[in-house]
Ligand binder design. Structure first.
Ligand code: SAM
Length: 284
């Protein structure tokens, strides 16, 4: 072992507030004071947070457009023995925010990467949504283009876990309208707006109710949003989704017995099990 080799610094991934500046951990403040360099998504934005806590750290911009380019430079700093903190504009870095390339590269280089946990809009919204949280899917932002957005929502229509989406003020109406169209207007959801800020609003209802509510009040279209959506109801049959889809198509064209027999040939599943599943599908 080369004992002369200098010990690498630590890359701290530091969560910062999503609105209320008091939502930062004591440890995060200590680390931000102590590190040699703070890599921030927007240095001007993070400078305000640091100034609020009397921290005058050396800052370096790391955003989605330069992340790959500046990762080498930050690795050199870390390998030289200096500690670096990574922060984003709000919440936990890497959660719909830059940092993935840097963290992966640091781990590959054998550098210690330490989390400083704290706020994330996803978890904050889930914690108050009143929807099941034992399992959930974080979907981040939906595609901006209408066709791609609807396609993604249709793909997610049978997902049974609670779904979490990020949305901006520009598209919150379209997003809820498309959800109602693709997931069914009776599906339950919670809209969490401006969490931890002055105009924090948390509203639940069916998608149809939420579309009406947001459309009726332009104030409810402002700010930052998380939409937490109830998962699809449990399927009645014990066959997988693709088999159920195939069986549904066959049943539409053939008598049930024949459809089950054909589905059994295609999938290799027992005919009687498919017949049973077919009865459930027909009963819907
Ligand atoms: N890294 C952040 C986190 O951990 O939540 C998320 C960054 S992402 C670029 C920004 C999006 O997060 C916003 O468009 C919004 O959907 C959501 N968001 C952030 N702060 C929020 C807040 N205070 N209330 C509601 N949603 C918020």
């Amino acid at each position: 072992m080369d004992m002369s080799r200098k010990k690498s610094g630590v890359l701290y991934v530091v969560a910062t507030p999503i609105g209320n500046l008091d939502d930062i951990s004591l440890r995060a403040l200590e680390v931000l004071k102590a590190v040699s360099l703070i890599a921030a998504e927007d240095t001007r934005h993070s400078r305000k947070l640091l100034a609020h806590y009397g921290i005058a750290g050396r800052m370096f911009a790391l955003h989605e457009h330069n992340e790959q380019k500046v990762t080498d430079k930050l690795l050199k700093t870390l390998l030289g023995g200096d500690d670096v903190a990574l922060v984003s504009d709000a919440g936990t870095p890497l959660v719909s925010d830059p940092g993935f390339y840097l963290v992966r590269a640091a781990r590959q280089a054998g550098i210690r990467v330490a989390p400083l946990p704290g706020p994330s809009a996803c978890i904050a919204a889930l914690s108050v949504a009143g929807l099941p949280t034992d399992r959930f899917v974080f979907e981040g932002f939906l595609p901006v283009r209408a066709a791609a957005r609807s396609q993604r929502l249709r793909e997610l229509a049978t997902e049974m876990r609670t779904l979490v989406f990020y949305e901006s003020s520009h598209r919150i109406c379209e997003c809820l309208t498309d959800m109602a169209e693709c997931m069914g207007s009776d599906r339950q959801a919670t809209v969490a707006r401006e969490l931890t800020k002055t105009f924090e609003t948390i509203r639940d209802g069916t998608l149809a109710e939420l579309v009406d509510w947001v459309q009726a009040d332009s104030n409810q279209q402002k700010g930052e949003f998380v939409v937490v959506l109830q998962g699809a109801p449990a399927r009645d049959s014990d066959i997988d989704e693709a088999t159920e889809q195939a069986l549904t198509v066959l049943i539409a064209e053939l008598p049930l017995k024949q459809a089950a027999s054909l589905a059994a040939k295609i999938t290799g599943l027992p005919k009687n099990r498919l017949y049973e599943a077919g009865l459930v599908i027909k009963g819907k």
